[in-house]
Design a protein around this ligand. Structure first.
Ligand code: ARG
Length: 473
């Protein structure tokens, strides 16, 4: 075997007698995807260097050189001129090598008291905070769009479904508010995840902490973290926040996917409840009549990859002994793709929601078929003194007669209704109407137009308060 020269680029070249195999280099390198963390890596390094200088571990001249070098690297990255090299494996070593090329020994002192293990954990948390803030803004925009459309349709009636069978009439505004509730919980989940992720792991070094008298709290303050991770082994190996984030993303996609399913169904000629603005649809290359809700279908489909990322991260973690293992390098692509997918999806939905054209006539016609006010008739009988179970039975008889004769409940005459129950009087027809049915459901959480208007106002105040508190924090 011929002796190969050590690979002088690698940070650990002193320990090795031959260069890394090409295949291994490509297999283990992460620069292809972790360069996305570059600006966070620089931000973390600058805070670390400032602390090193503050506690006297590097000179103020070194700090000035590091700041100058990093400013240059940042400018190169922003201009798309940074040359990333697979020989340097990952974003951390690419930046450190470039820094050292630019400023010499001061660049080599930057890694004092830290490791790539705590460095990468810091970078991801910094990235995640911004990703969450962007998704939160998109969730707010989507909720605002849903509220605007809901306000236009507080009185628009469609059938509410259970088991996809006509159940009771509801208002379209009320239906849309159900999604506002879901997306508001999603925002709360992300805020919760952000709060737990917002602690500084830097200072854990490789796994056991460092022999230098560092000031992690200073670094934490500078980077806007709420505090410092309190166990070094956990700090470098914890990716719970990544799982939590992907779980929150998975639920967001679940909600978007349910909404998408309704868009697809409702746009079909069989339902005909809605139409979508042409700019959100695509045609068919063979069937000239087609106008397809591709965005909704794709969003429904993309939920699958986000669920997959959640599974990938759980699986990634479950077999790892403490502390850091290279397995963790696999956390980034699921995280990035989850954030990208969710953000793109929410943004397009916020634009598409106002472009949904409602067909109130078709909605109403569907609500009129299928005895949607049968429960209202039973409730009417309860108010007239019948126990609910007996009232239920009377209405069941009425429905059965209607089915046999192919008519709706309003099609029964007063004498026919009275033959079923003596408690029925002429005012019964008001409760059999769709408007009467929805208007009667006035309590918190119900579908009456006046209640929906109140809920919209409540949600708008909630969103405004959240944006004020964001602006002041
Ligand atoms: N690229 C690595 C990652 O993403 C950085 C940390 C590497 N640490 C190590 N000991 N190999 O996790």
């Amino acid at each position: 075997m011929t002796e190969q020269p050590p690979n002088k680029n690698a940070a650990w070249s002193g320990r090795f007698s031959e260069p890394i195999s090409e295949l291994v280099k490509r297999y283990t390198g992460s620069i292809g995807f972790d360069q996305r963390l570059a600006l966070y890596d620089i931000q973390g390094s600058l805070a670390h260097a400032e602390m090193l200088a503050h506690v006297g571990l590097i000179s103020s001249t070194d700090l000035a050189s590091i700041e100058r070098g990093m400013a240059r690297i940042r400018a190169d990255i922003e201009a798309g001129q940074m040359r990333w090299s697979l020989d340097l494996e990952d974003v951390h070593m690419n930046i450190e090598k470039r820094l050292t090329d630019l400023i010499g020994d001061a660049g080599k002192r930057l890694h004092t008291g830290r490791s790539r293990n705590d460095q990468v954990a810091t970078d991801i948390r910094l990235w995640l905070r911004d990703a969450i803030d962007e998704i939160d803004a998109a969730l707010t925009a989507l909720q605002a769009a849903l509220l605007d459309v809901a306000l236009l349709h507080t009185d628009t009636i469609l059938p509410g479904f259970t088991h996809l069978q006509v159940a009771q009439p509801v208002t379209y505004g009320h239906h849309l508010l159900a999604y506002v509730e879901m997306f508001s919980r999603d925002a709360a989940r992300l805020a919760d995840c952000r709060a737990r992720a917002n602690l500084l792991p830097l200072g854990a070094a490789a796994l056991a902490g460092t022999t230098f008298a560092i000031d992690s709290e200073r670094v934490a303050r500078r980077l806007g973290f709420d505090g410092v991770c309190r166990n070094s082994l956990d700090a470098v190996s914890d990716r719970d926040f990544a799982v939590e984030f992907c779980a929150a993303c998975a639920l967001i996609m679940t909600h978007v996917s349910r909404f998408s399913e309704e868009i697809v169904l409702w746009m079909s000629p069989q339902f005909g409840f809605i139409d979508l603005a042409d700019r959100f649809c695509t045609g068919s290359s063979i069937m000239p009549q087609k106008k397809n809700p591709d965005v909704a279908e794709l969003a429904r489909g993309k939920s699958g990859r986000v669920f997959g990322h959640l599974m990938a991260l759980l699986t990634l973690l479950k077999g790892q002994p403490l502390a850091y293992n290279k397995d963790n390098q696999e956390d980034k692509e699921p995280l990035f793709d989850s954030a990208d997918t969710v953000l793109a999806t929410l943004r397009i939905f916020a634009e598409m929601v106002p472009g949904i054209v409602v067909r109130p006539g078709n909605m109403r016609a569907a609500a009129q078929r299928g005895f949607a006010t049968a429960t209202d008739l039973a409730d009417y009988l309860v108010r007239r003194g019948l126990p609910f179970r007996d009232a239920h039975e009377v209405v069941a008889q009425a429905v059965r007669q209607c089915v046999e004769r192919g008519i709706e409940l309003e099609g029964l005459s007063l004498p026919e209704l009275q033959a079923l129950s003596g408690a029925i009087e002429a005012d019964v027809f008001a409760v059999l109407s769709l408007e009467g049915s929805v208007a009667a459901r006035r309590h918190i959480g119900a579908t009456a137009p006046e209640r929906v208007r109140a809920e919209i106002a409540w949600h708008r105040e909630r969103l405004a308060a959240a944006s004020t508190s964001r602006a002041s924090s």
